[in-house]
Design a protein around this ligand. Structure first.
Ligand SMILES: *[C@@H]1O[C@H](CO)[C@@H](O)[C@H](O)[C@H]1NC(C)=O
Ligand SMILES: *[C@@H]1O[C@H](CO)[C@@H](O)[C@H](O)[C@H]1NC(C)=O
Ligand SMILES: *[C@@H]1O[C@H](CO)[C@@H](O)[C@H](O)[C@H]1NC(C)=O
Ligand SMILES: *[C@@H]1O[C@H](CO)[C@@H](O)[C@H](O)[C@H]1NC(C)=O
Ligand SMILES: *[C@@H]1O[C@H](CO)[C@@H](O)[C@H](O)[C@H]1NC(C)=O
Length: 320
């Protein structure tokens, strides 16, 4: 189940978390959020609902009725929390009817840790992630730079949508697994920016995701997309069984910057990348990147990313 625990500060747009075919009424015991509500016992904002929860180890849930919620949500309670967004089809982010959007510059949430080397003001961090054992199921994340900040702790992103242009899945020590998502690219840039700085437990493992050109993408995006670039010298990213429909740059991976290449200890790997966006000719692939065979790839999985006890907290119905 989706558990949010320990010092989670996040904000994101459009999501739906659930297990039944639809989630159009609050599960038993859930606290209710409804935009514009005046009903006793309901909350107008998600933050108010979160703040009403006891700061203890108990398991709690929140149900959100359709609407656009313009707020930043911080979750710091230690116990598990599941947040359900109203949806008539829990198996796809396309049916989500709840939008959460920050009304203030996201850089206020994570200032110094950003790998962003571009102009301020355009940063749009949809999720900033400090907790552990966090699951996002059929959630959509929309941003341009730095959409998903997978910085610390174990986390899974399953069957959702992640959109961005530049370094849009990034962080230092996050132990993150991405399964069955659609990844939409809006402009020339890098899907991942792993900021790993030492040989620690962090890695980003991708399994069976699809990389597409987002609707309304900037001209010139095709051919100028990379799976990632190393924000940290120990960047560790593994893409398995990815279907790529937007043409990648033939080098597939890139350096961080000229003069600051960050390629000394990187582990930038793909295995079984298919689709019309990937060149079958490995000649142009970055020299510091690696292509695995099936045997080598077998060591990288949800277990390697978030731990072999993942079954105790990940909702299996969203695994691919
Ligand atoms: C949700 O599912 C229940 C039970 O299957 C069904 O009765 C209800 O009509 C569905 N609601 C919507 C909005 O599809
Ligand atoms: C589900 O929601 C979408 C978006 O609101 C709507 O277009 C669609 O008709 C709904 N489907 C059902 C079965 O209620
Ligand atoms: C729910 O979405 C899934 C995935 O897009 C789709 O296969 C399924 O038919 C949908 N269910 C309904 C009742 O529309
Ligand atoms: C390679 O990936 C594709 C797309 O996910 C999948 O259909 C195919 O079975 C994979 N091949 C192997 C050998 O795993
Ligand atoms: C790959 O590209 C190089 C450089 O253009 C070319 O020499 C080589 O023949 C190509 N290999 C294949 C298998 O197409």
């Amino acid at each position: 189940m989706g558990g949010f625990s320990r010092s989670v500060a996040y904000l994101f747009t459009l999501f739906g978390l659930a297990f039944a075919a639809n989630r159009t009424a609050p599960p038993l015991g859930a606290i209710v959020v409804r935009s514009g509500t005046a009903a006793y016992g309901e909350f107008n904002t998600i933050s108010a609902a979160v703040n009403s929860l006891p700061n203890d180890q108990s398991s709690r849930s929140i149900f959100i009725y359709p609407g656009h919620y313009n707020e930043q949500v911080y979750i710091t309670r230690p116990g598990p929390l599941t947040i359900y967004g109203y949806t008539n089809n829990t198996s796809t982010y396309r049916s989500n009817q709840v939008t959460i959007q920050a009304g203030v510059p996201a850089s206020a949430t994570v200032s110094d840790d950003s790998p962003n080397t571009f102009g301020v003001g355009s940063q749009a961090i949809a999720v900033s992630q400090y907790g552990s054992r966090v699951g996002f199921y059929a959630c959509g994340f929309y941003g341009s730079q730095d959409t998903v900040y997978a910085n610390l702790g174990t986390q899974v992103y399953l069957r959702g949508y992640i959109e961005g242009a530049t370094d849009f899945i990034f962080g230092r020590r996050g132990q993150a697994y991405f399964g069955g998502n659609t990844i939409g690219v809006t402009a020339p840039g890098w899907v991942t920016a792993s900021g790993r700085q030492a040989d620690d437990d962090g890695s980003y493992v991708f399994y069976r995701n699809t990389i597409v050109l987002a609707s309304g993408a900037a001209p010139g995006t095709a051919g100028n997309v990379y799976l990632g670039r190393p924000w940290g010298n120990y960047a560790k990213v593994i893409f398995k069984n990815t279907v790529v429909s937007v043409p990648l740059n033939p080098s597939v991976w890139s350096i961080w910057n000229n003069g600051n290449e960050n390629t000394d200890h990187v582990f930038l790997v793909d295995y079984n990348t298919t689709g019309r966006g990937i060149s079958t000719n490995a000649t142009y692939r970055a020299s510091f990147a690696t292509v695995f065979d099936a045997t080598q790839a077998a060591a990288y999985s949800i277990s390697s990313a978030v731990g072999s006890d993942y079954a105790s907290w990940v909702d299996p119905s969203y695994l691919v």
